[in-house]
Design a protein around this ligand. Structure first.
Ligand code: ACO
Length: 335
């Protein structure tokens, strides 16, 4: 059985923060940020915005493009590391889309590799599980975990959601040619937002005696990042991963119409493109406007490229995600 991408959509919050705005908050400048990262502005959740609403908005656009009714969805995969609910956000998206048949909906947590993993998972569900219409959403709000006093990291991130509809098809129409996925937990120290246990005040039992085991309180820490190590990891692992996915697909690098990497840093994108000898005209980049939107970055950039007419039907895209975990992976897809 084959599977193909039949629709895409995206949504971003309305609040925009420019590099100049950031330079009023921390000791930085538009020049430093744009030269080192390529980022000029980012969108950030504010007021009553929330990630589920963004995910629903992006999903509706993808369903509309695919001409598929929410009732015909068999599965919803919400790729996010910043869920609205620790127990999972996907069922809330399912509810708000109004899917009457109660299709399975669950979250996938793999930071900036989440969307690629979601895409591969959708393909596996279709090929092995009899599913027909699978909605894959990449959505993150890292702004919630950014230390806005840390100039080394707060300049990088933005919030967004993107979605694609993956549909079962005949083998000859197959649009997912090859993939490659990895993780390396030993690199977690370079990029994380770990759980923190807090000391609690002495707690008393109902008789007023001091409890031996007072209840614990915990919360997630801000994003901790060693930028240089993450940079080195990305430039080393991503080209290898794309080459491996191409090899599995039986395709040469010259068959790539578009290189679509997780939008983390323009210098990472340029270095990977140079290593794969993909010319800059065939590289998709929109991080100047949105920064690093984690799991949302690939479907957001894909959606913009499709709707602007840049990516055309039948073209081959090498997509790759990389980030916390550490995790990384690639998929060779046909639009
Ligand atoms: N403005 C001005 N100066 C700054 C800023 C800033 N925003 N941030 C750091 N500096 C200073 C540093 O203090 C340092 O000063 P010093 O030389 O006096 O000590 C100097 O600039 C150089 O700092 P570096 O950290 O060495 O800068 P680098 O060239 O490595 O760029 C950056 C930093 C942009 C973070 C880069 O390392 C990078 O992009 N790495 C990849 C990060 C990434 O992609 N992370 C997301 C992964 S995806 C995920 O899963 C979430």
């Amino acid at each position: 059985k084959g599977c193909k991408l039949v629709g895409c959509g995206s949504a971003v919050p309305t609040l925009q923060i420019s590099n100049d705005d950031l330079s009023k908050m921390v000791d930085t400048s538009d020049e430093w940020i744009s030269v080192r990262t390529g980022i000029r502005r980012r969108r950030v959740l504010s007021g009553r915005d929330n990630l589920i609403a963004l995910g629903v908005d992006a999903s509706r656009k993808a369903l509309e493009m695919a001409n598929v009714d929410p009732d015909d969805l068999d599965l919803i995969l919400m790729c996010t590391s910043t869920p609205e609910d620790l127990f999972g956000s996907a069922p809330q998206i399912q509810k708000q889309l109004g899917c009457k048949a109660n299709p399975l909906a669950y979250d996938i947590t793999a930071a900036c590799s989440g969307f690629v993993l979601g895409l591969i998972s959708a393909a596996c569900h279709i090929r092995g599980g009899g599913f027909r219409n699978v909605l894959v959403i990449g959505a993150d709000a890292l702004s919630r975990y950014v230390d806005w006093t840390d100039r080394g990291s707060c300049i990088l991130f933005g919030d967004a959601a993107g979605a694609v509809l993956v549909q079962a098809c005949d083998t000859e129409e197959d649009g997912l040619f090859g993939f490659d996925l990895h993780s390396d937990g030993s690199g977690q120290r370079h990029l994380n937002a770990s759980i923190k246990e807090h000391e609690t005040n002495t707690a008393l039992d109902s008789n007023g005696s001091v409890l031996d085991f007072p209840p614990r309180k915990s919360s997630y820490s801000f994003i901790q990042m060693n930028g240089k190590e993450v940079f080195r990891f990305a430039v080393r692992c991503v080209p290898q991963s794309i080459e491996s996915a191409l090899q599995k697909a039986g395709l040469p690098a010259s068959s790539i119409d578009w290189l679509l990497l997780h939008q983390a840093n323009q210098r990472i994108i340029d270095a990977v493109a140079a290593r794969l000898e993909v010319p800059s005209e065939r590289v998709i980049s929109n991080l100047a406007n949105y920064g690093n939107t984690s799991a949302a970055s690939i479907p957001l950039a894909l959606d913009e490229a499709v709707r602007s007419g840049k990516v055309k039907a039948g073209q081959t895209i090498a997509a790759a995600g990389f980030g916390a975990g550490l995790t990384w992976g690639s998929a060779i897809i046909r639009w």
